[in-house]
Design a protein. Structure first.
Length: 163
């Protein structure tokens, strides 16, 4: 199972994320979609709008490298331009976990900052709170409890495809 983080804060984020769910689903079979969460930007230039974030669970026959390439293609088709680290973006797709793969080359797995960010762990907890970090063994639930949820607001959005 692959877990993919979605985020957007430029243009029409909700519409972009709805489109991205469909596009990512074409890379395999969607097994779950978290609720949406609104969060303030972490890092990057000041003055950015809030992000909408979610996480998808995906069964896919693709390797981690091919899945990541597919995610980058979806970002590009959405209009993402990679100019500045942690800048506002029309779409951000992160490969968070891929089965229990641990890799320090190609796609870094698990995502190196996933367990440091409540805006990742809150939607991931919607899908599998007992999922454990393959290196540390910490569960999503425990990581989220450690970080707290200040600044992470669940959005109850009609028509959002929540699991």
């Amino acid at each position: 199972m692959a877990y993919v983080g979605l985020g957007a804060n430029l243009g029409r984020p909700l519409d972009t994320l709805r489109w991205a769910v469909v596009e990512v689903g074409r890379l395999g079979t969607l097994r779950g979609v978290s609720h949406l969460y609104r969060t303030a930007p972490v890092g990057g230039p000041a003055g950015q709008p809030d992000y909408l974030n979610a996480v998808l669970a995906l069964d896919t026959p693709l390797s981690a490298a091919h899945l990541l390439a597919g995610l980058h293609d979806i970002e590009a088709r959405a209009g993402r331009e990679r100019r500045e680290r942690w800048a506002a973006r029309v779409l951000d797709l992160d490969l968070l976990l891929y089965d229990s793969v641990i890799s320090e080359v190609g796609p870094l797995l698990p995502h190196p900052r996933a367990w440091e960010r409540a805006f990742v762990l809150a939607p991931l907890a919607d899908l599998k709170a007992d999922l454990r970090h393959p290196q540390t063994g910490e569960s999503v639930r425990n990581g989220l409890n450690r970080l707290g949820t200040a600044g992470v607001q669940r959005e109850d959005t009609p028509g959002w495809p929540a699991a």
